[in-house]
Design a protein around this ligand. Structure first.
Ligand SMILES: C[S@@+](CC[C@H](N)C(=O)[O-])C[C@H]1O[C@@H](n2cnc3c(N)ncnc32)[C@H](O)[C@@H]1O
Length: 192
């Protein structure tokens, strides 16, 4: 069974451009919030996280729920697809829980890259960004997907934009914008 490959459509070019510097480096730690069928995971594991002790943490609930909006997926098949794409790699850990639960336990100053692509509700995106902050190393990168999705209605709290902008605004003096924001926004953490 095949599922939408959102990674290919909206993210791959940015991953190629901004994560290449980590390729083959030892000890690189990455976190993906919302791993779905494993397209971004497989690409990261194949192309970037090939250095010694490099590791990917993937977090996904993999069940149908209100915030997901994807009501037609067979989530057991999504899970099977994720596992088939990642099973050949020993340096990935799948965390089958909510992003909030995971982030509450995540270590400080740990990740070089955090990809925020789980719930797309503005408040959830803001919470995921805020809880990620202390886990992201100074010098690390945080990227948000679907920044411009549904922007025609700024009052729509069911899209990421207001969450991303609140996060960025709140920490603007501690972050550098590293891309021209399109469907994604990529930010580098300059200080705690
Ligand atoms: C857009 S998809 C992720 C796509 C993936 N990053 C990629 O590039 O292939 C969003 C995923 O986030 C998960 N998700 C949504 N809300 C979540 C939450 N609160 N906690 C954990 N996972 C969540 C969904 O189950 C879904 O698989």
């Amino acid at each position: 069974m095949s599922f939408p490959n959102w990674f290919e459509v909206t993210a791959k070019d940015n991953f190629n451009e901004y994560l290449l510097k980590y390729k083959g480096e030892p000890g690189v730690k990455m976190l993906q919030l919302g791993s779905f069928a494993g397209d971004a995971s497989a690409w990261l594991l194949e192309n970037i996280l090939i250095g010694e002790n490099s590791h990917l943490d993937d977090v996904d609930l993999l069940i149908e729920n209100f915030e997901l909006r994807h009501f037609n997926f067979d989530w057991e098949q999504v899970r099977a697809t994720y596992l088939s794409k990642t099973k050949q790699y020993s340096n990935v850990t799948f965390h089958n829980e909510t992003t909030i639960n995971f982030l509450k336990k995540a270590p400080n100053d740990y990740y070089d890259f955090i990809y925020v692509d789980a719930s797309h509700d503005a408040v959830d995106v803001l919470i995921d960004g805020e809880l990620s902050w202390m886990s992201l190393k100074v010098g690390g990168i945080i990227a948000f997907d679907d920044y411009t999705w549904g922007v025609e209605d700024f009052n729509n709290l069911r899209t990421p934009k207001r969450g991303v902008e609140t996060f960025h605004q709140r920490r603007h003096n501690k972050l550098t914008l590293i891309n021209k924001p399109t469907n994604q926004i990529w930010l580098k953490k300059e200080s705690n």
